[in-house]
Design a protein around this ligand. Structure first.
Ligand code: G
Ligand code: G
Ligand code: MN
Ligand code: NA
Length: 254
């Protein structure tokens, strides 16, 4: 209950922050986009992992407010970068399954884009396969409404969750994020190599963007590049960075 109260305070009084991790092309040379990742530095506990406080926000009814804060913050930051000539192609935001249950979500997204002068294509919403665990009609309607606005939808942690391939043709998603567990095992697991190759083929045949997560080594980058992976994300290129550090990283890249 203590932590709950602290989270509410942090959410309402500027105690949360977004960090931004670059997504690059297979050569590691061109910036393709950013993923926004939520951070909470608690006064006495230190950094609280987002998985922990996102779960807490779901339990105590703060998840809608949290999702909207993240969306508003990400859109505001992107608009600020654009105004100042920092060349950021677009931004991806993580939402939890319950955010998609909110019937107001599509309208909120549309209003934020308009308010910040952004195009729908500038924004990607990442969801996890858990959205499809209980695919209630409200969630599916929300997903379709967001897609109809021209906002990209991305399936995060692809291959780890519910993993029924059937939702690939039932959901209007435009991107798969290959889970980092596959990337991590590339060097020593033939299975990881085969599954990675299969996910890249699925992406290719369904015309989906594929982002490989958790790329940490040059050998992983090369394997993914050789198999035509369109986009990479991981510590090899940059950690999730505060906005000012991300900006410096972008200027050093170009
Ligand atoms: O960056 P990091 O390892 O700490 O993120 C851990 C997990 O927390 C990731 O699975 C990510 O999807 C989730 N996460 C990070 N930021 C957000 C956010 O803004 N909203 C939601 N719902 N989840 C987030
Ligand atoms: O939303 P998602 O579950 O994909 O969250 C991405 C998570 O992966 C974040 O917690 C981020 O900090 C983490 N991450 C990003 N790059 C790397 C990496 O190269 N290695 C590892 N181990 N984690 C990473
Ligand atoms: Mn993600
Ligand atoms: Na992931």
């Amino acid at each position: 209950a203590m932590l709950e109260a602290d989270l509410k305070l942090a959410l309402r009084h500027n105690g949360l922050a977004l960090h931004y991790q670059p997504q690059v092309d297979a050569a590691g040379q061109k910036l393709l986009g950013l993923e926004a990742l939520l951070r909470w530095q608690h006064a006495s506990l230190g950094a609280v992992p987002p998985t922990r406080f996102v779960a807490l926000a779901e339990e105590c009814g703060l998840i809608d407010e949290l999702g909207l804060w993240v969306l508003g913050q990400a859109c505001g930051q992107l608009a600020d970068w654009r105004r100042r000539g920092v060349p950021i192609p677009g931004i991806a935001v993580n939402l939890s399954a319950s955010n998609f249950q909110n019937a107001e979500l599509p309208a909120h997204v549309a209003r934020l884009l308009q308010q910040h002068g952004l195009a729908p294509r500038d924004l990607t919403l990442e969801m996890t396969e858990s959205v499809m665990l209980a695919p209630d009609p409200a969630v599916l309607a929300g997903i379709h409404a967001i897609h109809a606005q021209g906002v990209h939808l991305s399936m995060d942690d692809f291959g780890t969750g519910y993993s029924s391939l059937s939702y690939l043709h039932r959901l209007p998603i435009s991107e798969l994020k290959l889970d980092r567990s596959f990337v991590q095992d590339l060097a020593h697991s033939e299975t990881a190599r085969a599954l990675t190759t299969s996910v890249l083929r699925i992406g290719e045949s369904l015309a989906l963007n594929v982002v490989a997560e958790g790329v940490e080594t040059e050998a992983q980058r090369r394997f993914l590049a050789e198999r035509g992976c369109p986009a990479l994300q991981g510590y090899l290129f940059a950690r999730p960075l505060p906005a000012a550090d991300l900006e410096n990283w972008v200027f050093e890249l170009s």
